[in-house]
Design a binder for this molecule. Structure first.
Ligand SMILES: Nc1nc2c(ncn2[C@@H]2O[C@H](COP(=O)(O)OP(=O)(O)OP(=O)(O)O)[C@@H](O)[C@H]2O)c(=O)[nH]1
Ligand SMILES: [Mg+2]
Length: 194
């Protein structure tokens, strides 16, 4: 696992991407699903990534450098209620272009809130990842909000959408509230980047 994390930069346009070919771990998924909170939690650095209970907090692509070894990249979330069609298109263009054109993406964590079925945009995002041939995992965030039977049900729903996923290989539970599900993700990150 990495020990140090540093904020590098926020990017609003793809031509401003950092000129570095360090491998990247990208975080993607719906707005409010907990992407920025995940960065704070996994790196034990409260507040390094800005979070908010109001969806739509992260509007830029934010780069964090972990141990000078790889970038953690926080992508803007999609699908919150106030998004206009224009903003939705802008999100789609930015994220799809990024996923399809970046040659440094080593792995993607696609976060999904297990209290709800994956949305149309989750399916779209999954397709972009597959089309771009990117290695990815799905992380069921906010797992503290489910009891055991709801958790089982959520996992079987995810399997009905994405049958290729295997628990603790490329499908994980996570909560920023309890440390209970941290180990398997730390192990995954270590396997991917160390
Ligand atoms: N109960 C619980 N709440 C969480 C968890 N992770 C995040 N949250 C809460 O969910 C809300 C959204 O978290 P963010 O990390 O800002 O979500 P995001 O995916 O970065 O959202 P955007 O930047 O809008 O794309 C915040 O109020 C967090 O405190 C979790 O594991 N459990
Ligand atoms: Mg965010």
């Amino acid at each position: 696992m990495f020990k140090d994390i540093q904020f590098l930069k926020s990017v609003f346009e793809l031509e401003d991407l950092p000129k570095s070919d360090l491998p990247q771990l990208i975080l993607c998924g719906r707005s409010n699903v907990g992407k920025s909170s995940f960065i704070n939690s996994i790196s034990n650095r409260k507040g390094i990534a800005k979070t908010s209970s109001t969806p739509g907090k992260t509007r830029s692509i934010n780069f964090y450098k972990a141990d000078d070894k790889f970038f953690i990249v926080d992508l803007p979330g999609f699908g919150y209620a106030k998004t206009s069609l224009k903003e939705r298109e802008k999100w789609g263009k930015l994220v799809s272009k990024y996923i399809l054109e970046s040659t440094s993406i080593h792995h993607a964590f696609h976060l999904i809130d297990p209290r709800y079925e994956p949305t149309e945009l989750d399916v779209q995002l999954n397709l972009w990842l597959k089309t771009a041939n990117k290695d990815y995992s799905v992380i069921l965030s906010k797992a503290d909000k489910l009891n055991q039977s709801e958790t089982h049900k959520a996992i079987s729903t995810i399997h009905s959408f994405f049958p290729e996923l295997k628990l603790n290989k490329n499908l994980f539970l996570y909560s920023t509230v309890t440390g209970r599900w941290k180990k398997p993700i730390q192990k995954k990150i270590t396997e991917l980047f160390f």
